[in-house]
Design a binder for this molecule. Structure first.
Ligand SMILES: Nc1ncnc2c1ncn2[C@@H]1O[C@H](COP(=O)(O)OP(=O)(O)O)[C@@H](O)[C@H]1O
Ligand SMILES: [Mg+2]
Length: 329
């Protein structure tokens, strides 16, 4: 049975524009996330990929209501999070935890590992006594593959991978239903990345949280994703099962991203697609399909009419007037 844990509908975020010398005239603001709808089931990993600046982190923060949406709704386990008061929201955060990219910046240097991992348990009151929290910390350290003896040390004694294990222990300490992992391995050595990904996968199997796994390319998420959403300038341009995205990508942007993944198609040689055109800016989103200035198959309609996300060709949902599965063969 599939249980929907998280549902977002029509989410959008416009950050106020800067007025000043740097911007000529009044800017309409930064359209960081635009009309994003998605849902996640218990135990499922949805990967969100796209170039830097396309709105992935903003989407993650909107889903946890760490920032207020300009429009749209989010519900977690059927509770509309936008209806919660400040105090209710603080309590509700227990069900949705975040793991960040930077395992250095996200741990306070003066606290011991035990204190750091205990923070959510203290603020949500999930373990009544200091002794119970310490026991739970020991259990969590074992779960994330660290010796329990490290709990009285400070973060500076640990490597990037170990610090990310500590961040993960902290995130799962209160048994959240949703984890948003924002580029959790991007700052780590390649050799360590797979270990952290495997750890997240094992923990998910044990506890069944839904995970939004943010990454900037398709290489990293290949082994962890059940489904993949590809973002471009704040919008989901394609979303589908891992198989649909990796074996029959339909959007020219997905195809370009995939062509940069060396082992994407072991049996066939893919030609590397290098996108031309300007680097996109959410301050000035192009008309029609926002990808059209860089699109190798764009036609007139693409400059004027924005394509809706829709199921096409029996495959993924794709926002493209001319979507065709995997024409690169
Ligand atoms: N607090 C903010 N104020 C203004 N602009 C922001 C803010 N946060 C993000 N942005 C802008 O929103 C866009 C999307 O950013 P972000 O969500 O961080 O993208 P990504 O995580 O995909 O790199 C970028 O253009 C970024 O500069
Ligand atoms: Mg980001």
């Amino acid at each position: 049975m599939n249980t929907t844990v998280l549902k977002a509908e029509g989410l959008g975020k416009t950050f106020p524009g800067r007025s000043g010398l740097a911007s000529a005239g009044r800017s309409k603001g930064v359209r960081a996330v635009d009309d994003v709808s998605l849902s996640m089931n218990a135990g499922e990993t949805l990967a969100v990929v796209g170039e830097s600046g396309c709105g992935k982190s903003t989407l993650g923060r909107l889903l946890l209501r760490l920032i207020e949406p300009t429009e749209g709704e989010v519900s977690i386990d059927g509770t509309d999070v936008s209806s919660l008061s400040g105090g209710e929201m603080r309590q509700f955060r227990r069900h949705a935890q975040m793991v960040f990219q930077d395992p250095f910046g996200s741990l306070s240097p003066r606290r011991t590992i035990a204190r750091i991992i205990s923070e959510p348990m203290e603020s949500f009151g999930t373990e009544a006594t200091a002794r119970a929290r310490r026991e739970r910390v020991a259990e969590l350290l074992t779960q994330v593959g660290l010796p329990t003896a490290v709990m009285d040390r400070k973060p500076r004694h640990f490597s990037g991978g170990q610090r990310q294990r500590i961040c993960i222990a902290r995130a799962i300490s209160v048994s959240p239903r949703v984890i948003i992992a924002d580029e959790p391995v991007s700052a780590l050595d390649v050799s360590v990345q797979a270990q952290i990904i495997n750890l997240l996968q094992d923990l998910q199997e044990d506890s069944g949280f839904a995970m939004l796994f943010i990454a900037h390319d398709l290489a990293v998420v290949r082994h962890i994703a059940d489904r993949v959403a590809v973002m471009y300038l704040g919008r989901i341009v394609e979303i589908g099962s891992k198989d649909q995205i990796y074996t029959a990508p339909q959007h020219p942007y997905t195809q370009a991203l995939l062509s940069a993944v060396p082992e994407a198609s072991p049996t066939r040689r893919r030609k590397r697609i290098v996108l031309g055109g300007d680097v996109p800016s959410p301050v000035k989103v192009p008309s029609g399909c926002s990808f059209h200035p860089r699109c190798p198959i764009a036609q007139d309609i693409c400059r004027t009419t924005r394509p809706a996300l829709a199921h096409k060709n029996g495959g993924s949902e794709v926002a493209c007037h001319f979507a065709a599965p995997n024409p690169l063969g």
